[in-house]
Write a new protein. Structure first.
Length: 456
C-alpha cells in the first residue's frame, strides 16, 4: 500500500505534523459525512472532526477525509487521535485510510498528482488496535490488488499476464494454483470460452486458485468473468462504450484478490476460485452472430450478439465449479448494461436459486459498504432465451430484463448447487474519486466476499 498506517495505544493527544482528532457522533450531519474544522493549538493546526453514524461507509469516509485534507495541505506525516468516546470500528477506519490513499500512477512520467498522498499516518487510540490494523491491511491490500489488475492498460493486462500475476500472488499468499493454456482449454471442452477467444491473437487462460485450510466444513466456489478487453467482437461497441472496457475483467480480479486475503485472515472455509480469461475482439477468425457454441456441459448456446460474451465464458466456469463438488457457487461479473440502468453505478445486482444465499450476500455487501440489491429470476422469462436451433440463445428481448435473462442463462449451468450471481457492471468502476473509492477500478466485490466467507 502506498500509504503507511501505524497505531499507537495510549492517550489520544495528537502527534507531530498535521494532526486530526476524530470525536464522537455529530448531531445533524449527513450520513457518511466527516467535516473537519481547523483550530490553533500550540503553534500547530489541529483538525477536529465528527461523523454521523458508525456504519462502515461513514467510518471509511471519515478516514478518507483525513487523507484528502492532508493531501490538499501536502502533509508528509499525519497523526489522528481517536478518543475512547468515539467508539469507532477501528478496522473500518484503517481500511478507509488505506483505500483513500490508493494511487495508480506508475504510468505518470512528466506529471505528478496535484496533491500527493501523505507518506504515513499514525493513529493514536486508547486501546490496542494492532489486530484491527493487521486485518485491515490484509483486506485493503486485496482490494488494492483488484484495483491494480483492472487499472492496467489492456495491452499489458492480457490473459497470459493475469495468469502470471496470479501465480505470483498464489506463491506469496500460500494458495494452490493451476493455469490452463489454450490447448488444455480445448482438451477440457471449454467451448464458451474458446468461442469468445476466437477473434483475438491473445490466447485464453483459465486460472484456478484454491485455499484449503485444515478442518474446513464448507466448500465454496467463486467464478469470475475475466474479459481483459471487450470490444464487443463482431457486434462492435460504439467507440465511447469501448473506452473503459479494460474494466471487463473486474470479476476475475475480485476473485483472485479475495482469495489472496484468506490465508492472512485465517478463515476456515475451503474456497476454489475460477477465473475465465480472454479478450473479445473482431477478426476474420472471430465467432459470428448465428454461431452455436458447445459448452463444457454439453449444452449449446446460439450466439446472436457477440457482445453478450460474459455469460458464455461463465457457463464453462460454472460447470467447472459444479464439477468440483462445491455445494455453493457464486459468480461475479461486469455482465450487463441493463443492471446499470436498473441500479446505477454504485449498487450491484444479486440473484440466484437460493433465497438464503442471496440474502447472505446482500447482508455481507451492506456490512462491507458494497451495496447489492436482489433481482428476481422469474420462470416466465425463460422463453426469452429460447433458441430456434440450440438449447438457448445468448440474448433475450431487446430492451427488456437484460440482467435477468442473463442470470436465467447462467442458472442453467449450476444444477444441483446453491448459486448466486453478482452483476457489478456499475460499481466495478468509478468515474471520479468518492471518499475511500478512487477513480478507476474499485475492487467492488472483494470485501463482500470476505465478509460473507467470514460468516460461514
Amino acid at each position: 500500500m502506498p500509504l503507511a498506517v501505524s497505531v499507537q495505544a495510549g492517550e489520544a493527544t495528537g502527534g507531530e505534523g498535521g494532526s486530526f482528532r476524530l470525536d464522537a457522533l455529530a448531531e445533524g450531519a449527513a450520513p457518511g459525512e466527516a467535516k473537519f474544522r481547523a483550530e490553533a493549538a500550540g503553534g500547530r493546526v489541529v483538525f477536529r472532526g465528527t461523523i454521523s453514524t458508525r456504519d462502515a461507509e461513514s467510518i471509511r469516509s471519515a478516514a478518507a477525509s483525513v487523507v484528502d485534507e492532508a493531501s490538499r495541505l501536502e502533509l508528509e506525516q499525519v497523526s489522528v487521535a481517536i478518543p475512547p468516546l468515539a467508539e469507532l470500528d477501528l478496522e473500518q477506519f484503517f481500511i478507509g485510510l488505506h483505500l483513500a490513499g490508493y494511487r495508480f500512477d506508475q504510468y505518470r512520467q512528466a506529471s505528478k498528482p496535484e496533491h500527493p498522498c501523505p507518506a504515513s499516518v499514525l493513529v493514536e487510540t486508547a486501546v490496542d488496535a494492532s489486530g484491527a490494523l493487521a486485518r485491515a491491511l490484509a483486506i485493503s491490500s486485496a482490494v488494492a490488488l483488484a484495483r491494480d489488475l483492472v487499472n492496467e492498460p489492456p495491452s499489458v493486462m492480457t490473459p497470459s499476464r493475469f495468469a502470471e500475476i496470479a501465480g505470483s500472488v498464489a506463491a506469496s499468499s500460500g494458495l494452490q494454483i493451476r493455469v490452463w493454456d489454450e490447448e488444455e482449454c480445448r482438451r477440457e471442452r471449454l467451448g464458451g470460452l474458446l468461442g469468445v477467444a476466437a477473434g483475438s491473437v491473445q490466447p485464453p487462460r483459465v486460472v484456478k486458485a484454491s485455499y484449503v485450510p485444515g478442518g474446513a466444513k464448507e466448500r465454496v466456489a467463486l467464478v469470475g468473468k475475466g474479459i481483459t478487453f471487450d470490444s464487443g467482437g463482431l457486434s462492435l461497441k460504439q467507440p465511447g462504450s469501448m473506452m473503459t472496457m479494460k474494466t471487463d475483467m473486474s470479476g476475475a480480479a475480485a476473485v483472485l484478490a479475495a482469495l489472496s486475503a484468506l490465508p492472512a485472515l485465517g478463515l476456515g472455509v475451503e474456497v476454489h476460485g475460477y477465473m475465465m480469461l480472454t479478450e473479445n475482439l473482431p477478426s476474420g477468425s472471430a465467432q459470428k452472430p448465428g454461431d452455436v457454441l458447445i459448452t463444457r456441459s454439453g449444452k449449446t448456446i446460439e450466439v446472436l450478439n457477440t457482445d453478450a460474451e460474459g455469460r458464455l465464458v461463465l457457463a464453462d466456469g460454472l460447470t467447472l465449479a459444479v464439477e468440483e463438488g462445491c455445494g455453493t457457487v457464486v459468480d461475479i461479473a461486469t455482465l450487463t448494461g441493463a443492471c446499470v440502468v436498473a441500479l446505477g453505478d454504485e449498487v450491484a445486482g444479486v440473484m440466484g436459486n437460493d433465497e438464503a444465499l442471496v440474502e447472505a450476500l446482500r447482508e455481507a455487501g451492506t456490512k462491507a459498504a458494497e451495496p447489492c440489491w436482489p433481482l428476481p429470476l422469474p420462470e416466465r422469462y425463460e422463453s426469452d432465451i429460447k433458441s430456434e436451433i440450440a438449447d438457448m440463445k445468448n440474448i433475450g428481448k431487446a430492451g427488456s430484463a437484460g440482467a435477468i435473462t442473463a442470470g436465467l442463462l447462467l442458472q442453467r449451468f449450476v444444477s444441483g448447487a446453491r448459486w448466486a450471481h453478482l452483476d457489478v457492471a456499475g460499481p466495478a468502476r468509478a468515474e471520479s474519486n468518492r471518499g475511500w473509492i478512487r477513480q478507476g477500478g474499485t475492487g467492488f466485490g472483494v470485501m463482500t466476499f470476505l465478509s460473507w466467507l467470514a460468516g460461514l
